[in-house]
Design a protein around this ligand. Structure first.
Ligand code: GLU
Length: 547
């Protein structure tokens, strides 16, 4: 027992682990409820891989009536941005991922298992470290950077595993009296775990994605408390996930090789192990070869990319769900409108090899997602995006709210729903030619098709104007188009024309193309009848007149 040493190192720690056990009792949750957590450093940056993990945290807690909380891992002192916590909270809110417990702002939090900022849990970590020192399971280490370097060089020469362990762990062998003296002399130190591991033994653990994994035991006397009194990631993970009663630790696969250490920490601390789910790294196809998606090279590595480009949250989450469970895509096809909560995520079905993230595929998913939206929702969300990223478009959308909504409503229901919008940043391209302010400002390249003779074109447009009536229903309009075709020497039906091409100048389709292009300059637009109806005679005439 090293009570004197423990008291000397942590004189201000008066609570015991038992006190904390009482303060944070087992959660009262239904059988099978998962307690998950999202535990980022407050860097202000949310990686798409973190979004993937946070979504999984949220889904698993939801589908088991569990709890999903936010914990901020801010123990490395160098916070990159001041507003880091808010940026995380708001960055995830964009995707409708919110937490049941945890910080709600830079200064506030909710939940009974806090504080949720690691920097505010110093006493808790120190209490557990103190108890380990007292039990002889941890010790102070006075090695300087130079001494550690020497050890490393010696290990390199000997070609042995690097690190602080066995015969190389010099401070481990010091007597308690020596330690006390050096501390009293004011020498700086850190606290290390006294690893009970052996290189010849193996540990097994189960990862829900990867199954049973076997590793050699940890033998390293890792640092648990740094010189600033704060814990390392490993120690904080064990203490926090135990006290916050996490049942499932979902984190990136880069942590897998640390599990032997974590298992050991949970053992020496006397904690029950959580389940692990190590999520695959998000990969990208780069000219035929797979590589890690990179914050530096790939804008889509940042969660903010999706908001900036106006990809709806539902589409991003649906796409992440596709990557997560391959059966999601099919489920979504069958249940296009169902809330996500109706899909049961199966952690065992997550692929363990790097998840391929494909923007083209996301684009498709997004088109399908937007195809399920009403015109009102598209207007509202598109406008919100435009207010931030395309102010001119926002002004036009507001000025012509009903017109814009009516245009967005074309082919919105029925068997052939239009799928021409994948993101709000495409709305301008999709709408602007219908706003006269924009249309008459531009030089147009008319995409004429089979009829290119300008006299013929003008004749068709003039004749069309004569018969246009805003109140015609679609059938009446279409019959009038056929009459017009016939009158001008074109076939009423495409098949009549095909059967007898030499008898006609063309067919009714050629006529409607001329009207479409004359009206919009483009060949592809939503339903022509609807566009004509929404523009109205005066505006149609104005457009024809500039030809
Ligand atoms: N702060 C760690 C990270 O950002 C968290 C890992 C974990 O979830 O335990 O990688």
């Amino acid at each position: 027992m090293s009570r004197e040493l423990a008291e000397l190192i942590f004189p201000n720690i008066t609570k015991t682990p038992e006190d904390y056990e009482k303060m944070y009792p087992a959660r009262n949750l239904p059988e099978g409820a998962m307690v998950t957590r999202f535990a980022p450093s407050p860097t202000g940056f949310i990686h798409v891989g973190s979004l993937f993990g946070a979504n999984l945290d949220r889904r698993l807690a939801d589908q088991t009536n569990g709890v999903c909380y936010l914990r901020i891992e801010d123990t490395d002192g160098k916070r990159e941005v001041d507003d880091g916590i808010n940026l995380v909270i708001n960055g995830l809110k964009v995707f409708a991922i919110e937490f049941d417990e945890g910080p709600t702002s830079e200064i506030e939090a909710k939940g009974d298992y806090g504080p949720y900022l690691q920097s505010q849990r110093k006493d808790i970590y120190q209490c557990y470290a103190k108890s380990l020192v007292e039990k002889g399971l941890a010790y102070p280490c006075f090695c300087t950077a130079e001494e550690l370097n020497e050890i490393r060089e010696r290990q390199e020469k000997l070609k042995v595993v690097p690190g602080y362990y066995g015969e190389f762990a010099v401070c481990r062998k010091m007597s308690e009296q020596q330690m006390i003296e050096r501390i009293q002399n004011g020498e700086p130190y850190i606290i290390r775990l006294k690893s009970p591991g052996s290189m010849s033994r193996k540990i097994k653990f189960k990862d829900m994605i990867r199954g049973t994994i076997e590793f050699p035991e940890n033998v390293q006397d890792v640092v648990i408390i740094k010189s600033d009194g704060l814990p390392t990631y490993h120690f904080a993970h064990a203490v926090d996930d135990h006290l916050m009663r996490t049942t499932h630790v979902i984190r990136g696969e880069e942590w897998i090789s640390s599990v032997p250490l974590h298992v050991q920490l949970f053992q020496v601390l006397g904690f029950e192990m959580p389940q692990y789910i190590h999520t695959p790294t998000i990969m990208k196809d780069d000219e035929g070869s797979k590589r890690k998606i990179s914050k530096r090279k790939d804008p889509e590595a940042s969660a903010s990319y999706y908001k900036d480009n106006g990809i709806p949250k539902e589409a991003v989450i649906d796409y992440l769900m596709n990557i997560l469970n391959s059966n999601f895509e099919n489920w979504r096809k069958q249940n296009p409108l169902a809330p996500l909560s109706e899909f049961k995520v199966d952690p065992h079905k997550i692929s363990s090899s790097g998840a391929l993230f494909d923007l083209v595929k996301l684009n498709d998913v997004s088109k399908n997602t937007i195809a399920t939206f009403t015109a009102e929702k598209i207007y509202k969300e598109g406008l919100e995006w435009a207010e931030e990223y395309d102010k001119d478009l926002a002004e036009l959308m507001k000025k012509y709210k009903d017109f814009t909504t009516a245009i967005l409503n074309i082919e919105r229901t029925g068997t052939k729903v239009r799928k021409d919008i994948a993101k709000w940043s495409e709305l301008r391209e999709n709408l602007e030619y219908l706003f006269d302010e924009v249309y008459f400002e531009k030089e147009h390249e008319y995409e004429w098709q089979s009829i290119t003779d300008m006299n013929e074109i003008k004749n068709i447009l003039n004749e069309y104007l004569k018969l246009y009536d805003e109140n015609d229903d679609k059938d009446t309009w279409f019959n009038k188009m056929k009459d017009l075709a016939e009158k001008l020497g074109y076939a009423r039906e495409v098949k009549e024309y095909k059967a007898n091409p030499e008898s006609y100048k063309g067919h009714v389709g050629d006529i409607s193309t001329v009207i479409r292009v004359g009206l919009t300059s483009r060949r592809n637009t939503p339903d022509l009848y609807e566009i004509l109806k929404n523009l109205g005679k005066e505006r149609i005439e104005k457009r024809f007149n500039i030809l």
